[in-house]
Design a protein around this ligand. Sequence first.
Ligand code: SF4
Length: 399
Amino acid sequence: MKKNLGIYVHIPFCAKKCKYCDFLSSDKDSYGTQLRYMEAICQEIRLYKAVSDRYIVRTIFIGGGTPSLVDENLIQNILTEIRSTFEMDRFPEITIEANPGTIMYQKLLAYRSMGINRISIGLQSADDKILSKVGRIHNFDQFVAGYTSARRAGFKNINVDIMASLPGQDIHSYVDTLTRVIEYEPEHISAYSLTVEEGTPLSCDNRLLSEIPDEETDRRMYSLTKKVLGANGFNRYEFSNYSKPGYECRHNITYWTGGEYIGFGIGASSYFQGKRFSNIRNIHEYTQKLEETQMEIVNTDNIGRLYETVTGNLRVNVEPMYIDRRMEEFMFLGLRMVKGIDRREFYRQFNRDIYDVYGPTINKYIYEGFMETDGTFVKLTDSGIDVSNYILSDFILDK
Ligand code: SF4
């Protein structure tokens, strides 16, 4: 039987870097570099013909960066390459990320015609002053225009990303963002708190840093998110993700439940055939390594050899996932899901009962009110989610 697979494609181009951003993306790459990079991704996908017959692709996520910035024909090429390399689910979830400043109706129609059925729009805040403070290229009106165009183009599954604890944001402004987004009735909302990452312009801007809400306000924003969205028909199904029933992001659930996925493009992470790894981060090195093999895939005889050598050259931080490590990850990631961990699934994957491995830890946290179980699912309580970093670290096996 074929195994389920998720595919992530990294498009590392942005119109302008946001001040808080430490994603692998650049606003400096020329159009020529973009073209070469997108072709290199197609080549990386093609190499997987050597192993693709064992998989069926259930989800594709085109993220970045700003995928909506690049020519839609280049996105089409990537999807065509995936479809000719892998068998696809009959009803795959195919998501593309879009920045409100780059959404055009014609492009959205093209996305729909190539089978993209979910769009994730990065709004972050409904307050134009805050958007400009953190270097976003759009305002709220542009979000509304992009969002309504997406609906008009036929998107029935839309996610809106918002952020808490942005510089200058108070509770009132945050709740205003939530309520204004709810008015447009998206199917999914992701709400993450800002983290200040070293090396970003924000991290060295003392004035902006001083405007970031304190931790207590951040906690209040977090609990208000659940309350306000819950009252409007959104279920929190993961720490920071909310959806209308049936619209949970299938791609992200693959990550949180230990499913296999391949990341194509620079810096993209994979969990594939028992190993975790990521791709090299330098765009020129990545493009060059793949261009060198461009002429070589002429027949299927040499595809296995090419797959081994070229993907071997692209991969870094390769980590074999031995059973202890897999169990730890299963707990870390699974406990992020609000429904928690299915004891039967743990047994299915590891041939051991979860209580044989983690019984004392689980029982301790149940006793302290941070975890609960109905006998089948083991999950964090709301107060457990508040201190989840501390609790999750207790599921490391070789401390
Ligand atoms: S649009 Fe997204 S990826 Fe691009 S700079 Fe802003 S936060 Fe980073």
